[in-house]
Design a protein around this ligand. Sequence first.
Ligand SMILES: NC(=O)c1ccc[n+]([C@@H]2O[C@H](COP(=O)([O-])OP(=O)(O)OC[C@H]3O[C@@H](n4cnc5c(N)ncnc54)[C@H](O)[C@@H]3O)[C@@H](O)[C@H]2O)c1
Length: 256
Amino acid sequence: MSIAGRTAVITGAASGQGRATARLLAEKGARVAALDIDEAGAASLAEEIEQAGGRALALPVDVSDPGAVTAAFAESADRLGPAYILAAAAAVFPEPCYSFLRPLEDTARVLAVNLLGAVHCADEAARQMVDAGQGGRMVLWSSIGAGSVIDGHAAYCAGKAGIEGLTRALAAELGRYGITVNAVAPGAIDTPMITPPGPDYYQRVPAGRIGQPEEAARLVGFLCTEATEFLTGAVLALDGGLSGVNAAILPSPPDL
Ligand SMILES: NC(=O)c1ccc[n+]([C@@H]2O[C@H](COP(=O)([O-])OP(=O)(O)OC[C@H]3O[C@@H](n4cnc5c(N)ncnc54)[C@H](O)[C@@H]3O)[C@@H](O)[C@H]2O)c1
């Protein structure tokens, strides 16, 4: 199945990895529904894609609001056709909270956007994919924080661990419809979400650098090709090797 002519719904499309993914899928000929709480950012992306000869629609939405998500998916299907691709990048990464999960409303907000937001979007996308009967591709965004602690970010880590469980469960439920569901789990990626890490990070990460949003976009693009029809329920680390090093708790390697 080619991506050209398909509809791709991308959340968090105004910025960073979602924006890079939207650009790449549009270059491959997908019609792009750009969902984001940042109305101006989504609009500028849609304008950029249309000026380059593509088709795109900006849909301002808070993914934590199920009614707004339903309305956005309905408008997208009306104007662009049913979703074949869902790339769900929208998330927040608030200031660290070192007092466990307090205040509770902040924790609830992180989970509502990062985990329930993906649930709402996956639900709407699955319905459109199943009804269209042509299969589909879902890519959810986890994080290195799902498998190892990001200090002070309990809610974020919990939400991303939830994304990985959701990915496996949806893959199991939707496989019979020809829909694959995978997650990407980035380490530090150079987007507005993070402040650039210090020298320690560069020493620990085998690749010796942080990632670029276009690298996430290329991985998502690959997950939407026919080469990956048998790849589902997987969480793919995109972290320059950092999670492997963390898991092994390696001492400093000897000089060769
Ligand atoms: N940048 C990193 O180092 C990094 C590392 C691990 C995981 N991630 C994950 O990658 C994904 C993409 O993040 P990014 O790095 O591109 O960050 P980003 O901040 O550039 O993009 C996030 C986008 O989500 C949107 N968003 C936030 N809340 C929303 C809401 N309620 N409804 C709709 N849209 C909303 C923002 O407006 C923004 O456009 C996220 O899921 C993030 O958790 C990022």
